[in-house]
Design a protein around this ligand. Structure first.
Ligand SMILES: [Zn+2]
Length: 393
């Protein structure tokens, strides 16, 4: 399937532009017309993180005239393993500003628009409407569904990518010509089922593999060349070194882009739609959540507690709370953890951020440990508020 170019060509290229883009200009399929289209193009990159880094850098180098970057986060040391648009001296700096500085250094002819804000249901429609194409580099389901819904409602195409450990996926969603993200994934996964990269890790260079596919598809859509990844899902396995693509059909029953849509405007709350934690976990955690400082006080007072770290061993080896026993969450799910818990001590669970420990808490409480609690904010909160000398991750 070939599609018409998304963008009309700019009237001309300057002498500087002709020199800079000469290796594009001599490709017959791109040529002067294609480069002029790139010059006229407005592309928004959602997130200046793992996928946003290579995407922004190559889009800038390619001569996309206007590049928007939206991110509210600041650069953390643990980002530098893969978010190569940021450097050591950017740690602590706003990601959107750090990314914009790199883009300007790569190509001063690009106009950078900084959106130093979180993407929300209040601003997404207005922000998206200023761009021809969206590149989605988000790392969570709530934002992903919101990006999809806004793009479909505005009739805009977007290039989606996702990464986890050694596995990556990419596709182009454009409801006018093919399926949307909801056609592929009608329901968000159950809370706690799909670990994030922060929980499960990601091979740094995987970002480049998937981010470069996203830029490749963006350039094809903007200039109208090649066979776009509309209606196809690209699946990449870095360990096997295999790419394969599978057909994705438009779902006629899709609630958003199907024949009789029931979602005709943005949802009120995407976090609630995707459920940060399950209802059971939320219920178990209510009134049974302590702070890291309260845990420290319990330890200092010699209270009779049994502290359980429900993370994975790799995480435990990076940083752990003194006195914690490692019993990964999977052992709670299969029931084998319960026999390891003493009956005569108060059970205190923790994980990295408090989501997994809340899931485990629901299991522990329903097994009869009614006074069990978990640590809100987990190890991250411990490092921040109790012992900043420990590493964060
Ligand atoms: Zn759909």
């Amino acid at each position: 399937m070939s599609l018409p170019p998304l963008v009309e060509p700019a009237t001309e290229l300057t002498v500087d532009e002709v020199r800079r883009y000469s290796r594009h200009l001599i490709i017959p399929d791109v040529g002067m017309a294609g480069q002029k289209r790139l010059k006229n193009a407005k592309v928004l990159c959602v997130g200046a993180g793992g996928l946003g880094s290579p995407a922004l850098m190559y889009l800038a180098a390619a001569g996309v005239g206007t590049l928007g970057v939206i991110d509210f986060d600041v650069v953390d040391e643990s980002n530098l393993q893969r978010q190569i648009i940021h450097g050591q001296s950017d740690v602590g700096r706003l990601k959107a500003e750090s990314a914009a500085a790199s883009v300007r250094e790569i190509n001063p002819l690009v106009e950078v628009v900084i959106h130093n804000t979180a993407l929300t249901t209040e601003n997404v429609m207005e922000i998206f409407s200023g761009y021809d194409l969206i590149v989605d580099g988000t790392d969570n389901f709530a934002t992903r569904y919101m990006v999809n819904d806004a793009a479909v409602l505005l009739g805009k195409p977007y290039v989606w990518g996702s990464i986890y450990r050694f596995d990556g996926q990419a596709s182009v969603f454009w409801a006018e010509h093919g399926p949307c993200y909801r056609c592929l994934y009608p329901e968000p996964p159950p809370p706690g089922m799909v670990p994030s990269c922060a929980e499960g890790g990601v091979l740094g260079v995987l970002c480049a593999s998937i981010g470069s596919i996203q830029v490749n598809e963006a350039i094809k859509l903007l200039t109208g060349i090649g066979d776009p990844l509309v209606g196809r899902l690209m699946i990449y396995d870095a360990l096997e070194m295999k790419y394969r693509d599978v057909k994705v059909r438009k779902d006629p029953e899709c609630v958003l882009c199907g024949k009789n849509p029931t979602v005709t405007e943005l949802l009120e709350d995407y976090e609630a739609f995707c459920g940060a934690i399950s209802d059971e976990a939320a219920e178990a955690a209510t009134g049974s959540t302590i702070t890291a400082q309260e845990l420290k006080a319990m330890q200092d007072n010699g209270e009779n507690i049994f502290l359980v770290d429900v993370r994975e061993i790799n995480e435990y080896e990076i940083v752990s709370i003194p006195g914690a026993t490692l019993i990964p969450k999977g052992e709670f799910l299969n029931g084998s953890a319960l026999e390891k818990l003493p009956q005569d001590k108060k059970i205190v669970l923790h994980c990295k951020s408090g989501a997994r420990s809340a899931e485990a808490l629901a299991i522990v409480k329903s097994a009869g440990f009614s006074d069990a609690v978990h640590v809100g904010g987990g190890v991250l909160s411990w490092v921040k508020t109790v012992d900043p000398s420990l590493p964060s991750y």
